[in-house]
Structures are given as C-alpha cells and as structure tokens.
Design a protein around this ligand. Structure first.
Ligand SMILES: Nc1ncnc2c1ncn2[C@@H]1O[C@H](COP(=O)(O)OP(=O)(O)O)[C@@H](O)[C@H]1O
Ligand SMILES: [Mg+2]
Length: 269
C-alpha cells in the first residue's frame, strides 16, 4: 500500500474527495426525482444527506456514481468532471459507494467478495499471465493481504470464510464497506448504512467511519437515524421532492422551519 492508503497506512497528506454537485437533475418520465440539486461535500468532512422517503436521495447517489445518466447539471470530484462517466470510471477516479440494500455475491465467501474488487491487476492481461507469472502471483498475494487487512479493520475476520449470503444484513453492510475500501477511495458515499443494523454493529460502523475520516477519507452519507447523523456529520444537506431545501451545520439545519415542515408534511421516515 502506498502512502496515505487505507487502512493501516498513515494519515493522508492534503485532503481529497471534494464533491461538487451543480444543478443536477434526473427525471423518470414526468417525475422530477432530482430537480436542480447543487451542494458541495467538502474534502475531509462527513456530510449528511437527509430528507423524507422519496426525496430523491438514492437517485442522486446513482447519478453521482454514474449508474444513472443525468438529464442536466455537472458533478466534479476534486475539480474534474465525473458526470457522464460509467460507474467503473467514477470508481477508479476515487468515488466509491455502498447500496441501500447490500448487493454481495451470495454464493461466494466474504473474503472472495472483497478480493473481487477490480484493482487493475496485471494478471487480467493474458500476455502478463503468459510472460510474467511471477508478477501475477505476487499481485494475487498483495490483493489477498490487502483484503485480509480491510476485513480485519471492518471486524469481519470471524466470518471471512462464510458465504456472503449467509451472514446478517448488518454484516453484509460491512462487506460493502470493505469492498468500497479496496479501491482506496477519496470519497465514500453510504446509502443508509444504519438501516436494519443491530445497535452493536451500528456502533462498529460508526467507529470505522470516524477512524477512516480521521485518516482523511471524505464521506457523504444518507441516513434516517438522526442520532447517527447529528453525532457524525460536519454538515447536512436536506432534500425534499427532488430539491435541496436546507444545508449547513447540523444544529441550525434541523431547526429550520422548512425542514420541520418537510418531515411533518411528508412521510416521516
Ligand atoms: N428506477 C426508477 N424508475 C422510476 N422512478 C423511480 C426510480 N427510482 C426512483 N424513482 C422515483 O424517484 C423518486 C425518488 O426516489 P428515491 O431516489 O429512491 O428517494 P429516496 O432515496 O430519497 O427515498 C421517487 O418518486 C421514486 O418513486
Ligand atoms: Mg433511498
């Protein structure tokens, strides 16, 4: 692992992962699910994205990560445009995300799931396999070591040989976190990391987020658990019906009249 790698490496020098969303829109037919959204998730910070169900939060994540094409607007990661790029390119630029509903390969072990993350290893190219088998073997060893260290960091070592489909939903969320960390991202987008997770495991997830952020990783987190949001986030963005209705420091945002109205007026999560 190079300087600043995660986990186990030193603290990053300089902050990366500044995400700038400018006037992004995404429609499903006549439904303006994301409607001219602009905000900045500052580098090195933990930004919360909250709002009633159906506000457009997950759709916005999918648009940022390249899984959905945007109808308009720009997305920049550390100043470089990433809108219009396919998901694997957004990922390789340093933006990783987890899903609201975990998507592990259920028939593979936890370790295999984590090792599967693309590393750009030389072994993918047949001539390297043919000509430089020693190099390929070394890289496989490095990937195994990196996967084990990240699995340990995420508290998953006891279940690393179990099938990913057979562990709890909370543990599957940690597998998603581990997979995201394999790419050594600049920014991590988490979609409801606390949903359906028991309190003990939630504490583990919170601790790991705090530790990763301390080492310089930037976060953008969708979450309904307000204790989680208020204790972790440096800033909060609130969405309702596709639009940003408030943003700023947690205390002032949750007290804003339009935020209270959005939660009381809509489906409370
Ligand atoms: N793939 C889709 N096709 C059509 N409509 C969708 C799709 N995904 C989300 N929507 C709609 O977009 C709106 C925003 O949904 P979503 O982004 O999931 O909200 P949130 O994550 O804030 O609960 C909702 O009205 C939802 O029904
Ligand atoms: Mg959602």
């Amino acid at each position: 692992m190079g300087a600043g790698s995660l986990p186990g490496g030193g603290v990053r020098t300089g902050t990366m992962g500044r995400l700038e969303v400018s006037n992004v829109s995404k429609c499903f037919g006549a439904n303006r699910a994301v409607d001219g959204v602009s905000f900045v998730a500052e580098a090195g910070r933990i930004t919360g994205l909250i709002g009633p169900n159906g506000a457009g939060k997950t759709t916005l994540f999918n648009a940022i990560a390249g899984e959905l094409s945007v109808d308009g607007g720009k997305v920049r990661l550390d100043g470089a445009r990433i809108d219009g790029l396919p998901p694997y390119k957004v990922f390789s630029r340093g933006l990783a995300r987890t899903f609201q509903i975990p998507r592990p390969f259920p028939g593979m072990t936890v370790l295999e799931n984590v090792m599967l993350v693309p590393q750009g290893q030389h072994g993918e190219r047949f001539w390297n396999t043919w000509l430089r088998p020693g190099l390929v073997a070394r890289q496989e060893r490095e990937i195994l070591e990196r996967a084990r260290s990240i699995i340990n960091f995420c508290g998953l070592s006891p279940v690393e040989r179990q099938l990913a489909g057979a562990i709890s939903g909370g543990q599957q969320k940690l597998v998603e976190l581990a997979r995201a960390l394999m790419a050594d991202p600049r920014i991590l987008l988490l979609d409801e990391p606390g949903a359906g997770v028991n309190p003990a495991l939630l504490d583990t997830i919170v601790e790991r987020i705090v530790e990763l952020n301390r080492r310089g990783l930037t976060f953008l987190i969708i979450e309904h658990n307000m204790d989680f949001i208020m204790s972790l986030c440096d800033a909060i963005v609130v969405m309702a019906t596709g639009k940003v209705i408030a943003e700023g420091p947690p205390d002032s945002v949750v007290a804003a009249p339009q935020v209270i109205e959005a939660y009381l007026g809509g489906a409370v999560a």
